[in-house]
Structures are given as structure tokens and as C-alpha cells.
Design a binder for this molecule. Structure first.
Ligand SMILES: [Zn+2]
Length: 357
């Protein structure tokens, strides 16, 4: 067939058109997005890019949750503001449709016993495949790093309040944008911050990778929960702990115990943060070993758990100038930081639910 008659052949054109309309889109399915657009250099090439709709995380709502917690005053176990805040937290989680369990216990602090309560809010408790999201909700009983009023309790807007606020907003998000396939447990630990920080070396006990008596004065709520979880034999795919995730100037290097015991999930979280444009905050370097609630959960229940904790400076001021001072109030809170952490954890959650983490 000469070229001219070939081009005049109407039936042939029809066949070509049909090819274009049906066969090409069919073939395209074998070439997903990631092969058409080069993935970012930071994206591990082994992870397929799957489009998962992640609802927007409201930083303003999270900020309001910090504001509300701080409005009760310092949430020190055994005090009236602590009791009032617990009732409010339980009410909020119930308002978001979750099954809440209160787990009261006596916190044996280095200055005596105090009434404390872990708050566990369950999203679809009947689902076996679970994700654990944690923060501590108490605030420190003293301002031992301040220069004045060191014996008075701190407001803990960042240290305590910020992590709880991000979790409350995620719980609200799950109510508005339900997920299939996974259940979620929000566990708010009490009595995390009542520890004895008077180490001889002058270095914060929290920064020591040890198992001595002083280390064990911290994280009393998670120690209690890891010994006696709200359900016997409780387990989860993985856990994320949020601690000090709201202050201006926050920086999230890779915490050491998480890197050691939950490297795969830590890699995913840091790579997602980079993908979302937060690589300058979720910095890809080691952040030191922090004795925090995740250590006791990993030890007791063998659930891999990643601590997202701001460590903006080298020791001794590792946690920032406001840490364990009266400056840890609403003025240090930056809603953009809350929003960024919320966006990252929401992405982790919705991708996990879609089987695409
Ligand atoms: Zn603290």
C-alpha cells in the first residue's frame, strides 16, 4: 500500500484511534507515576509512590488544644488542675467518637506517691491491625532549669501540651475522615515528667543512656502501662511518640533508641517529612539517646516505636532554652511546627491505613 492510499484508508484511521483511546491508557497502568516523573533524590527507589488522600491537618485547631490545656494551669498529678484537665481530655476523645479507658495508678515519685491516670482512647478497638500514638499529658512539678521560682510547677505548653494537642487533632481528623483497615490507640501517659534530674555530672538524666534508679524516676505512666496494658497481650504494628513538638525553632534529629529499635519506621517517617518539604526540620542526623516513654513501651511490649522529639541544640541545652523553665508557656508555641508534625503523622497514619506506608 502506497503511503497516500494508506493515509486515505478510513478503517485504518479508526483502528489507530481505537488504539489511542483504549490501549495506551491500559499500557500506562504498567508505568506508574514514579517512572514518568523522576522521584526526589531522597525518596528510596524501592518504595512505590501510591497516591493516598491525606486530609488537611488544622494547625489552628491544634494550637487551640494547647491553649486549652495550659488554661487549666500546670497539670501535676494529684492537683485540681490535673484532675480537671483529665476530665476534659476524656470528654474530647469521647466527643470524637472514641472508646476511652482511664487507667488510674499511684505514681511512686522520688518525692512521694501521687494519684495519676493514663488515658487511652481507642479508634475501632475491634480491629486487630493497630497503630499506637502517644504523648505525655502531665507537666513538670518544678522549674529546675529556671533561674527563679524553681520550686513552682511549669505550664508545659510544649513539654506535654504540644504532643497531646497534635493527637487530639488527629483523633478529630479520624472522626471526620474515617479510615478502613487499621485501628488506632491514642495513649496519653501521665507522670512522665516528675523525674529526678539532679545528676552529679550536671548533665540531664534524660540524656543518659542508662537504666539506673534516677532514670526510672521518669516516665512512670508508660512504665505502668507497659507492665499492665489496658488489654492483656496488647500489641500494635508500630508506635509514634510525640514529645515537645510545638515550639518555635524546633528541630527533629533521629532519636537514638528509635533508630536502634525501630529503624524501618523511623526511616519512613523521615523520608515522608522530606517528601512533604520538611527536610530542614526533620534533619537526617543522629539526635542522641533520650529516655522517654517509647523506651519503656519497646522494652515491655516489644512494639517498635519512634520518638519525634525536638532536640534543637547540643547538650546541655539540648531541648531548647524553654525546657523545664517557666518560659514553656503559650508564647513558645509556633502553630506552624504543630501543623508540620501533624501533617507528617497524618500522612503516616493514612498511608498505613491504605497499606502504602
Ligand atoms: Zn519534660
Amino acid at each position: 500500500m502506497a503511503l497516500a492510499s494508506f493515509l486515505r484508508n478510513k478503517r485504518l484511521w479508526l483502528v489507530l484511534l481505537l488504539l489511542a483511546a483504549f490501549v495506551i491508557p491500559y499500557l500506562m497502568r504498567f508505568f506508574p507515576d514514579s517512572t514518568l516523573h523522576k522521584p526526589a533524590a531522597s525518596e528510596p527507589s524501592t518504595v512505590p509512590r501510591v497516591q493516598v488522600q491525606v486530609p488537611p491537618f488544622s494547625a489552628d485547631s491544634a494550637f487551640a488544644f494547647v491553649e486549652k490545656q495550659v488554661s487549666f494551669g500546670p497539670r501535676v498529678p494529684g492537683t485540681p488542675p490535673h484532675k480537671k484537665c483529665a476530665a476534659w481530655l476524656v470528654g474530647e476523645f469521647r466527643r470524637f467518637g472514641l472508646d476511652v479507658i482511664e487507667q488510674p495508678f499511684v505514681a511512686k515519685t522520688y518525692f512521694g506517691p501521687r494519684d495519676a491516670v493514663n488515658i487511652i482512647a481507642q479508634y475501632h478497638p475491634e480491629r486487630p491491625n493497630r497503630v499506637l500514638l502517644c504523648a505525655h499529658w502531665d507537666s513538670r512539678h518544678i522549674a529546675d532549669k529556671d533561674t527563679k521560682d524553681t520550686e513552682k510547677a511549669i505550664l508545659g505548653a510544649d513539654d506535654g501540651g504540644s504532643g497531646v494537642a497534635v493527637l487530639l487533632e488527629l483523633a478529630r481528623m479520624l472522626q471526620q475522615h474515617p479510615v478502613e483497615g487499621i485501628g488506632v490507640d491514642f495513649v496519653l501517659f501521665d507522670a512522665e515528667d516528675l523525674g529526678d534530674d539532679r545528676s552529679e555530672s550536671g548533665q540531664s538524666v534524660m540524656m543518659q543512656a542508662s537504666n539506673d534508679q534516677k532514670t526510672l524516676t521518669w516516665c512512670l505512666g508508660s512504665q505502668h502501662w507497659a507492665r499492665t496494658p489496658h488489654r492483656p497481650g496488647y500489641t500494635a504494628q508500630f508506635g509514634v511518640l510525640l514529645d515537645m513538638v510545638g515550639a518555635r525553632g524546633a528541630l527533629f534529629p533521629r532519636e537514638g533508641y528509635s533508630a536502634q529499635n525501630a529503624p524501618a519506621i523511623q526511616n519512613r517517617i523521615w523520608s515522608i517529612a522530606q517528601e512533604l518539604g520538611y527536610g530542614g526540620f526533620f534533619v537526617d542526623r543522629p539526635g542522641g539517646f533520650i529516655t522517654d516513654d517509647h523506651v519503656f513501651v519497646m522494652r515491655g511490649l516489644r512494639i517498635p516505636m519512634v520518638n519525634i522529639i525536638s532536640i534543637p541544640n547540643p547538650p546541655p541545652a539540648a531541648f531548647g532554652a524553654h525546657h523545664h523553665t517557666h518560659n514553656d508557656n503559650l508564647a513558645v508555641i509556633d502553630r506552624n511546627v504543630l501543623g508540620m508534625v501533624g501533617h507528617v503523622v497524618a500522612t503516616v497514619l493514612y498511608r498505613t491505613a491504605a497499606g502504602a506506608l
